[in-house]
Design a protein. Structure first.
Length: 129
């Protein structure tokens, strides 16, 4: 029954509560078509809210970009040696409360692995010409 709940909406963030434990399934979006955009990293917050997260994109070997409802992007960087490519099929997060925090929370692959978030970086778009 639980598999039916998750499998029904592959392109949306899905919240599932199991015995007072919140699990969010985050879909991985394909790369958008259009002009190439270069994302410039800036200092990011220690924690990000989970409610406005609408999806994610792989952005490098140890990075996943969270896409928010208001089109803001925040990059999660993992500890060295933890590859983001394991998350190509989507991933799960189990936040403590309503925020996801660097140094505390981890991202769990649908394939069974997990990576602790080392830090967050804010992203600003720059058009490549």
């Amino acid at each position: 029954m639980l598999l039916g709940l998750v499998a029904g909406q592959p392109d949306t963030v899905t919240r599932l509560v199991v015995q007072d434990e919140v699990i969010l399934r985050i879909p991985i979006a394909p790369r958008p078509l259009g002009p190439p955009v270069r994302w410039v990293e800036r200092k990011g917050p220690k924690c990000i809210p989970i409610a406005p997260i609408r999806g994610a994109m792989l952005s490098g070997p140890e990075k996943v970009d969270f896409i928010f409802r208001n089109r803001v992007r925040v990059r999660a960087q993992f500890e060295e040696g933890c590859t983001a490519l394991d998350f190509y099929a989507g991933f799960y997060i189990q936040p403590r409360g309503d925020q996801l925090c660097a140094g505390r929370d981890a991202i769990h692959s649908r394939m069974g692995g997990s990576c602790t978030i080392e830090r967050f970086r804010m992203l600003e778009p720059r058009l490549d010409r």
